[in-house]
Each structure stands twice: as structure tokens, then as C-alpha cells.
Design a protein around this ligand. Structure first.
Ligand code: ADP
Ligand code: ADP
Ligand code: ZN
Length: 231
């Protein structure tokens, strides 16, 4: 579905949650859904990295936790998420990428959405093998200019060294995308985030996709879910 014309069939604001461990493909798929449906990707990881880069108080508090592969406090994450949700570009709908990550965040999200008269359209669990995650995360890099994601083995630019999306030639890797930190991040995922799968199942909004497939096949599956839950 990459590059397809924007799908204008959505009739109500979509609130999609992408759930999955580091490297599941949440960011990759969120960007594709943005393009296809005009939704806005809200990645708490990206927002936190921006806060770290800007040297804000929240960024200073989050930096060492992120470097160690732990979870930043609910208080900090909720504050940056609320600020971002208040921006006007989110009215058509949002894809929450990497949020919520704890039961406390999930409950706070329910309250925030209720205040705004919104509801979760779907919480989509991207199921992947832990063993594959280290390879996914260790080979990840992004375009420094537009943020498009790539992988050393699984997703290379069509022209080596040149971003498919913007033609940029500078790329970057995250400091926490190394084999040692991935272990801590997976532990945090299983301890704090995986329980949200049952939380959303109870609420009747859980959908599951096989995250081990090809990027385009997963995108097609997610696109079908989005059309279904927002029709
Ligand atoms: P997340 O946001 O869940 O941490 P990303 O979307 O950043 O994950 O994907 C992690 C890495 O794996 C990236 O380098 C991306 O290019 C690659 N990737 C994403 N989806 C797939 C897939 N289905 N198969 C193989 N590699 C993938
Ligand atoms: P990935 O999907 O590869 O795990 P993210 O970019 O989503 O990476 O997150 C990077 C780091 O930012 C996490 O390891 C964690 O320290 C912090 N982080 C991101 N989102 C949250 C969140 N919702 N709650 C707590 N910490 C978060
Ligand atoms: Zn680019």
C-alpha cells in the first residue's frame, strides 16, 4: 500500500493502538498508515527522544532510563502524550505507537479519550518472536532528514545510501538499539506491556496480526482492519 492515494473512506476519528515489543514493526507500519489514511503517528519514543535532544526537564529525566532500556515514568510519558494529543493535526485520527506501555498508561488513556468523546477503534497486537527482535533492532537505522526507517538486511533503500522518501543521504542509529539494551527492553515489554493484550481483549477492541510476515503483507492486513473499525 506504500505510495497509494490517500484513502478517504474513514468516517469517524480513528484511535489505533499498535502494541508489540521493540522491533515488532510498529513505527514502520504507523508511517504507512499515516500515508494511506491521513492519520497521525504518535510515537512516545520519538517524542521522548525529541525531549532528550531539546534538553527539557522531562528529557533529562528520561535519558538514562531510555539508555538502560527501562520504561520512563508514566507521569512524564502521559504529560508529553497529552500535549501532543492537544495539537490540531490529530483530529482525523491517531496511531499510538509505543503507547500505552503500562496498565497505568492504558487507564489514563481511557480517561483522556473519554474526556474528548473518543474511543479506541482497535488495539492491534503485532506478534513476533523474541529471537527475531535482536536482529530487527540491531540492524535498524533511519533517515536523518525525514525519519523513514530502514534495516541493514530487511529493508534497504532502492539506491544505496539514498533515502527512498526524501533523497537524503545522512542516516542515524539509536543509541539504545544494541544487543545488550534490547534484552532489558524485551524484559520490560513482557513485564509491563504484554498484560495490555488481555486488557484490550476484555474491552473487545483487540486485534492480532502476525508481525513476522513481509512488511507489505502486514500493511495490507492493518489497512483492512482500519477500514473495518472506522467504517
Ligand atoms: P518498532 O517501532 O516496533 O520498534 P520498527 O518499525 O522500527 O519497529 O522496525 C524495526 C526494524 O525492523 C526496522 O529496521 C524495520 O525496517 C524492520 N522491519 C519492520 N517490519 C519488518 C518486517 N515485517 N520484516 C522485516 N523487517 C522489518
Ligand atoms: P521500541 O519500539 O523499539 O521499543 P520506542 O521508540 O517506542 O522503541 O521507545 C524507546 C524507549 O523510550 C523505550 O525503551 C522507553 O525507555 C521509552 N518509552 C517510549 N515509550 C514509552 C512509554 N509509553 N512508556 C515508558 N517509556 C517509554
Ligand atoms: Zn528520508
Amino acid at each position: 500500500m506504500t505510495g497509494a492515494a490517500m484513502n478517504d473512506t474513514l468516517t469517524k476519528a480513528a484511535v489505533l493502538i499498535l502494541l508489540g515489543p521493540p522491533g515488532a514493526g510498529k513505527g514502520t507500519q504507523a508511517r504507512m498508515l499515516e500515508e494511506t489514511f491521513g492519520l497521525v503517528q504518535l510515537s512516545t519514543g520519538d517524542l521522548l527522544r525529541a525531549a532528550v535532544a531539546a534538553g527539557t526537564e522531562a528529557g533529562l529525566a528520561a535519558k538514562s532510563v531510555m539508555e538502560a532500556g527501562g520504561l520512563v515514568s508514566d507521569e512524564i510519558v502521559l504529560a508529553i502524550l497529552k500535549d501532543r494529543m492537544a495539537e490540531p493535526d490529530t483530529t482525523r485520527g491517531v496511531i499510538l505507537d509505543g503507547f500505552p506501555r503500562t496498565p497505568g498508561q492504558a487507564e489514563a488513556l481511557d480517561a483522556l479519550l473519554a474526556e474528548q468523546g473518543l474511543a479506541i477503534s482497535a488495539a492491534i497486537s503485532m506478534e513476533v518472536d523474541d529471537a527475531a527482535m535482536v536482529a530487527r533492532v540491531s540492524g535498524r537505522y533511519t533517515c536523518a532528514q525525514c525519519g523513514e526507517g530502514y534495516h541493514d538486511s530487511f529493508k534497504q533503500p532502492a539506491v544505496a545510501g539514498c533515502c527512498d522518501k526524501c533523497g537524503g543521504t545522512a542516516f542515524k542509529r539509536r543509541a539504545d538499539d544494541n544487543a545488550e539494551t534490547v534484552g532489558a527492553r524485551l524484559t520490560a515489554y513482557h513485564a509491563s506491556t504484554a498484560p495490555l493484550i488481555a486488557y484490550y481483549e476484555t474491552r473487545g477492541v483487540l486485534r492480532t496480526v502476525d508481525g513476522m510476515g513481509a512488511i507489505d503483507a502486514i500493511a495490507a492486513e492493518l489497512g483492512a482492519i482500519v477500514e473495518q473499525v472506522t467504517a
